[in-house]
Design a protein around this ligand. Structure first.
Ligand code: FES
Length: 231
């Protein structure tokens, strides 16, 4: 993943609009006096939702609101890939390429994005319709490979389904999020291989009797072995 730094071109100023200012005040009020810095992530998120990305003036304004050094807010913004440090496309695609996704084919998914959009990771298309980045673990490894588009997770993605997703967004649609192979949440892919019997079904009596007999036999054999004279 490339180094994360703020875009060179920055707006002159930033101020929360009425809606986000209200929301920011509510979040800050959740923390005791002197602990307002705990609100830094939600406030960065609000700034991004309002502006589309996290600008330097937004970082400075948030630092002031939370009584923090601006560098500390910048550290948080640059650490998390959820924060865009430069303007992104209308459809922002984040491909997870960490271990679980990598072994399940994330490399091919990323290549599909690059080929179809004609851009590299970290770039925005000329018409500003799409942007693409590579991210570390998206926290949904069991459904790898995972691609986040906007606020939604698309899971069990492969090159074919990724291509279809991009085509749908190009048409202005918002495809249904979740598993691309119809998995039920994080249930195992394919047929279940454990717990295949109905757990509510009572255990047949003869099974209990057989188990008890096997246990008694093993117990008797162990006792006989222990009592046998040592050779
Ligand atoms: S490794 Fe991709 S979601 Fe965890």
């Amino acid at each position: 993943m490339s180094a994360r730094e703020l875009a060179k071109d920055q707006p002159a100023s930033f101020a929360f609009n009425a809606e986000y200012l209200e929301r920011a005040k509510k979040v800050i009020a959740k923390y005791p006096a002197g602990r307002q810095a705990s609100a830094v992530i939600p406030l960065l998120d609000f700034a991004q939702r309002q502006e589309g990305w996290v600008t330097r003036p937004a970082i400075e304004a948030i630092a002031k609101m939370l009584d923090m050094a601006a560098i500390r807010v910048l550290e948080v913004a640059t650490f998390y890939t959820m924060f865009n440090l430069a303007p992104v496309g209308k459809t922002h695609i984040q491909v997870c390429t960490s271990l679980s996704c990598a072994v399940r084919g994330a490399g091919d998914v990323l290549k599909t994005c690059k080929d179809k959009l004609g851009i590299d990771a970290g770039d925005v298309t000329a018409d500003k319709a799409f942007s693409l980045i590579e991210v570390e673990c998206s926290g949904a490894c069991v459904n790898a490979p995972v691609v986040q588009i906007g606020d939604d997770y698309y899971e069990d993605v492969d090159p074919a389904s990724m291509a279809k997703l991009i085509d749908a967004f190009k048409r202005g649609e918002t495809p249904k999020y979740g598993s691309m192979i119809g998995r039920d949440g994080s249930a195992p892919a394919g047929e279940p291989i454990t717990l295949t019997e109905d757990p509510t079904k009572p255990i047949p009596k003869q099974d209990l009797a057989a188990a008890k007999a096997a246990f008694e036999k093993a117990k008797a054999e162990a006792a006989a072995k222990a009592a046998a004279p040592k050779a």
